[in-house]
Write a protein that binds this ligand. Structure first.
Ligand code: DUC
Ligand code: ZN
Ligand code: ZN
Ligand code: ZN
Length: 486
């Protein structure tokens, strides 16, 4: 058998297996996994290194304009390059609808920009902010058929939020068409009420962002979103979970047998609200929603990672520069509620979890692979093409040096943000070679790909997004006097 590329002598680790073997690659696919493969035109010696599936970054905001019109600093070029250096081979940012826009136009616009610029493979989730009849019953079904099988809804942000009725409508479209709904769960009115009281009392510094976005608001909205999902019998993924209240709500739902999934992010493991309490406006660099919380929340999130409450760890990379173009757009002493919500992290997502999770013994390597690659591929309909190392899968590999030690500095990263919230952390382990569909995108600190080399990956319907088929009485014709609702 002939290969284009052989990765030799590494330890191949997937969510389920660990094998010392070579990886034979032809036409962008993995075609052989065994020791002693014949020589290929290109060879990579992975001795002493770990060969893992490339990361699937399933929550990032790239070349996106916020609901208030603030532009992220990373476009599909810098965003995908930064992702690749951090061990990712697929990114799934959002194609974000603003009210009044056609989702079809929104997707066409993102597709044109991503196709021209991304250096690695990509898909998108949709953000549905205008759940009108045409969007629900015409546009969404069309886009799902094109392989965009997931969408996010918001319970907060004036210009994005859907009400409960609209979320029920979105869930039932997802149920009929086979898509997965993701929810940003925070109680909008609690945040609004706290914000007004804080500002009226003169508390405007960035740290009060953390107070206004209460963990109780996150817990309430998470519970409510789960109830909506239960009523419709349609699975739901709660994204960027930051606190114990929401974690417990998800775990309780799971133990009742509901198909509720959870995602968390590095900012809830490694940052706290104290980071928002910095000199002057510097706390703005750490303002994201939900906000980083406290040490006991960090512990609750680690526990949720360890006990399986969370299926994925994503970056929620929402790159806003700390200058007048983004974080400080509303002025050098803007009140906390006028600061763009979001922090960067696409390149450090996996290195942080590898170092602080695997190297410190909190999770094993298989769990690391699941959380950063396999489960996202499964949830979002990319598996087994992505998310694992098996014959027939795309040759998407990240070859990790598990021993290299370094201090985090933004100068070493490849995004356009100008800072990293994780500066100064001492970490172990880095993905030194990254291969996407057989192309060596990154090797020993060098980028070997050009904008546009990445391709759009249509997604299948995910089994994990299928309804349970166990209907609550209210929607079950056998128990609701025969009324067919779903
Ligand atoms: N939600 C996100 O998903 N990302 C950044 C900010 C936000 O509120
Ligand atoms: Zn967002
Ligand atoms: Zn969100
Ligand atoms: Zn996000």
């Amino acid at each position: 058998m002939e290969f284009d590329l052989v990765v030799r002598n590494g330890t191949v680790v997937t969510a389920s297996d660990r094998t010392d073997c070579d990886v034979g690659i032809r036409d962008g696919k993995i075609v052989a996994l065994m020791k002693g493969l014949p020589k290929a035109p290109r060879e990579i010696d992975a001795a002493g290194r770990l060969v893992l599936p490339g990361g699937v970054e399933a929550h990032c905001h790239i070349e996106q304009s916020s609901s208030l019109g603030i532009q992220t600093s990373d476009d599909f070029e810098s965003g995908s390059i930064s992702a690749a250096f951090g061990g990712n081979t697929t990114i799934m940012p959002f194609a974000a609808q603003h009210k009044g826009q056609s989702l079809l136009d929104v997707v066409a616009d993102y597709e044109a920009r991503a196709a021209a610029k991304s250096v690695i493979d990509y898909s998108y989730h949709l953000i549905v902010s205008d759940a009108n009849e045409d969007v629900l019953h015409n546009q969404l079904p069309k886009l799902i058929k094109k392989g965009l099988t997931s969408f996010k809804v918001y319970t907060t942000y004036e210009l994005l939020k859907l009400d409960d009725y609209q979320i029920l409508e979105v869930l039932s479209v997802a149920r009929r068409e086979g898509a997965l709904v993701m929810v940003h769960a925070e109680n909008h009115d609690m945040i609004r009420w706290l914000t007004k009281r804080l500002l009226d009392a003169g508390h405007k510094e960035p740290k009060y962002h953390g107070i206004s976005h209460s963990r109780i608001a996150e817990g309430e909205a998470t519970n409510r979103a789960i109830s909506l999902s239960e009523l419709v019998d349609q699975p739901l993924l709660v994204v960027h979970v930051s606190c114990q209240q929401a974690t417990e709500a998800i775990r309780d739902a799971q133990s009742k047998g509901l198909k509720i999934y959870g995602e968390t992010c590095p900012q809830y493991l490694f940052l706290t609200v104290d980071d928002l309490d910095r000199q002057g406006m510097e706390g703005a660099m750490f303002c994201c929603s939900p906000p980083p919380r406290d040490a006991s929340s960090q512990e609750a999130i680690w526990t949720g990672i360890q006990n399986g409450t969370f299926q994925i760890v994503s970056s929620d990379h929402a790159p806003y520069r700390f200058d007048e173009t983004a974080k400080l757009q509303a002025g050098p002493d803007a009140p906390f509620n006028k600061i763009a919500n979001g922090i960067p992290g696409i390149e450090l997502r996996m290195p942080l979890l590898f170092s602080e999770g695997v190297c410190k013994g909190r999770i094993d390597l298989h769990r690391f692979v699941e959380l950063t690659s396999t489960n996202a591929a499964r949830l979002y309909g990319l598996f087994p093409r992505k998310g694992t190392i098996s014959v027939g899968a795309d040759a998407d590999l990240a070859i990790w040096d598990p021993d290299v030690k370094y201090t985090v500095s933004w100068d070493d990263l490849h995004d356009n943000v100008g800072y990293t919230p994780y500066a100064g952390m001492e970490l172990t382990g880095w993905p030194t070679t990254v291969i996407n569909r057989g192309r060596v995108v990154v090797d020993q600190g060098q980028l070997n790909a050009s904008p546009g080399d990445g391709t759009f990956v249509p997604r299948e319907h995910s089994d994990l997004a299928k309804p349970r088929g166990t209907l609550v009485r209210e929607v079950d014709p056998a128990r609701n006097f025969g009324a067919k609702i779903l």
